[in-house]
Design a protein around this ligand. Structure first.
Ligand SMILES: *[C@@H]1O[C@H](CO)[C@@H](O)[C@H](O)[C@H]1NC(C)=O
Ligand SMILES: *[C@@H]1O[C@H](CO)[C@@H](O)[C@H](O)[C@H]1NC(C)=O
Ligand SMILES: *[C@@H]1O[C@H](CO)[C@@H](O)[C@H](O)[C@H]1NC(C)=O
Ligand SMILES: *[C@@H]1O[C@H](CO)[C@@H](O)[C@H](O)[C@H]1NC(C)=O
Ligand SMILES: *[C@@H]1O[C@H](CO)[C@@H](O)[C@H](O)[C@H]1NC(C)=O
Length: 525
């Protein structure tokens, strides 16, 4: 027995003072951290420790009661006994929580005795606290971040904003710095302060005014203006103001006119204000919105009709087709089309033959015969007139259309034509005096297809017009082959496709520059 005690003494010299005692110190721990409560205990020589126990003082219905840690409702590894059975009784507490704060006792049992520490150790649980100064700033102002630890022990911390590391704790605020800041123990980032928001204010931006419905508004309808902006703090109702042509209309985000009148037409803009100024401007303007209210009486082109002057046309005479319509606002464009029948079928195609309210045919010809329509456009759309059939009065003496003419004997025709020629030349000379002409007799020029027509304006060329030209070729060739015939050939300077004289409208009639017309009297042999 003596030799056994001696061995212990030799192995652990000075390990025991020999008194029953436990020594530890109060601890401060940050919430979420792990802490070790350092602890030592001692007992008289000769005892052998058989069990150890940490307990916490709990208040159970007003009575202080010592409860073993193992009986506390905590996760399994919350308390870990780091000590041993020979004098070290250190206790590790993981993920310290506020409920861990309190008074703890250590007890141990030896072969001869049991012992509980006379004084307890106190574990206080503190937190990191983030201070953002100031917590509300205007853009451009300085901000300082401070981390305050509740425990006296100095703590090395890191900074985060919305989970992302932040390296400056003194900075000039911009709106992207807004967010929730917290500090955390370096290396133990789960030990952190509660997040603290930084609010960065800025004046209204992207101020925009919208109007619904958009586009042209008819008198009597409802119109709503809506002003929006991006601002911090957000613009309040009273922070919005609506102006029309520089005049204050109303405050508020939205403004509705339930029965809009033409007098409401104008340029509107809104202003937004949130108490934060920008370059000295407190009120920020939106872009302008134009409101255009149409009279209720506005309507699409209606009652479109074509009138003909004179009512009857004979070959070679002039005729005006006039397009009339009722429209509000007034029609701003008229376009003329001729329906050209295909030789192979009854189907027609439309050839654009002019524009302007009046379509003038200077000298009526077979190829002008056909159905005409005009298309009238104002702001509500484009609409068509009914067709007008332009035909020629049959000539005295029974001069028939080309197909019938072909059947008549050549000699009879020749006689007839000679008579007609005299009649024709007299009449035609009078009629053509209006046009500046070169009446010098010449040979038939290169392209007989343009004879009998004059045009002041140039047609847009299109393939469909070509087909019309071809049909005319046939007619001219017929005359040349079969008939001794004189024609007045009027050639425009632009020899592309002249068939009509167009006038822009009645108001601009007479603007046509007749001096550009060249006329030739051709006498076929
Ligand atoms: C914002 O408005 C309040 C009163 O409405 C005023 O006391 C405050 O000084 C204003 N702040 C700024 C930055 O203009
Ligand atoms: C807003 O518009 C008004 C009127 O046009 C003008 O006097 C004012 O200077 C404008 N404010 C800003 C910030 O542009
Ligand atoms: C169109 O003609 C009809 C019948 O003549 C007439 O009652 C109507 O008022 C006309 N419309 C316009 C817009 O002039
Ligand atoms: C056709 O209209 C023009 C201009 O409006 C006019 O000068 C010309 O005399 C009219 N022709 C006929 C046949 O009415
Ligand atoms: C003519 O018009 C009819 C009906 O509009 C159509 O079925 C036919 O295919 C057309 N014919 C030609 C040659 O375009």
């Amino acid at each position: 027995m003596g030799s056994w005690i001696l061995i212990i003494l030799v192995i652990m010299p000075g390990a025991w003072s020999g008194d029953w005692q436990v020594t530890f110190e109060d601890q401060c721990a940050l919430k979420g951290s792990s802490v070790v409560i350092k602890c030592k205990y001692d007992y008289p020589f000769g005892n052998i420790v058989t069990s150890v126990l940490w307990s916490k003082v709990l208040l159970v219905s007003g009575i202080r009661k010592l409860s073993p840690l193992s009986s506390l409702p905590v996760p399994q590894d919350h308390f870990i006994y780091q000590g041993n059975y020979r004098g070290d009784c250190s206790l590790q507490v993981n993920d310290v929580q506020p409920f861990d704060e309190g008074t703890y006792y250590f007890s141990f049992v030896t072969t001869f005795n049991r012992w509980t520490s006379k004084t307890p150790t106190y574990l206080s649980v503190e937190e990191l606290t983030t201070v953002v100064q100031p917590s509300t700033v205007e853009e451009g102002e300085k901000v300082r971040l401070t981390c305050v630890s509740g425990c006296p022990k100095p703590t090395h911390v890191r900074w985060f904003k919305d989970g992302k590391a932040v390296y400056n704790t003194d900075f000039v605020a911009s709106r992207k710095d807004a967010g929730r800041y917290y500090c955390a123990v370096y290396g133990q980032e789960m030990v952190r302060s509660a997040p603290v928001p930084l609010n960065v204010q800025y004046p209204p931006e992207k101020v925009s005014l919208s109007v619904s419905p958009p586009g042209n508004i008819l008198q009597g309808g409802a119109v709503t203006f809506h002003c929006r902006s991006d601002a911090n703090p957000p613009v309040t109702q009273s922070g919005y103001r609506l102006y029309k042509d520089g005049q204050f209309i109303s405050s508020g985000m939205s403004y509705t006119i339930s029965e809009v009148q033409p007098s409401h037409s104008g340029h509107y803009y809104c202003q937004a204000w949130n108490n934060i100024s920008w370059r000295g401007n407190d009120r920020i303007n939106s872009t302008e919105v134009h409101l255009d209210v149409q009279c209720k009486s506005a309507y699409r082109p209606m009652n479109i009709s074509i009138s003909m002057d004179p009512q009857e046309v004979s070959e070679g005479s002039a005729v005006n087709l006039t397009c009339s319509s009722a429209a509000n606002p007034a029609a701003y464009s008229y376009t003329w089309y001729k329906m050209t029948p295909y030789s192979s079928s009854d189907n027609s195609t439309m050839i654009e033959v002019g524009s302007g309210q009046v379509l003038s045919v200077l000298s009526m010809e077979t190829l002008h015969i056909g159905a005409y329509i005009c298309l009238v456009r104002n702001m509500w759309g484009e609409y068509s007139s009914p067709e007008l059939l332009l035909n020629m009065k049959e000539r005295q003496g029974g001069l028939q259309p080309v197909s019938i003419l072909a059947g008549i004997g050549v000699s009879l025709l020749a006689t007839l034509v000679i008579i007609l020629l005299l009649f024709w030349r007299n009449r035609k000379n009078d009629a053509d005096k209006k046009i500046v002409s070169d009446t010098k007799p010449t040979e038939v020029t290169e392209d007989p297809s343009y004879s009998l027509y004059a045009n002041v304006h140039t047609f847009p060329s299109s393939p469909s017009i070509k087909s019309q030209r071809n049909s005319h070729f046939d007619a001219a060739a017929f005359y040349e082959d079969e008939v001794t015939y004189s024609t007045v050939s009027i050639k425009p300077r632009n020899s592309n496709l002249p068939h009509y004289i167009q006038q822009e409208s009645r108001s601009t009639a007479g603007k046509s520059d007749e001096s550009v017309i060249y006329a030739t009297v051709v006498k076929s042999s």
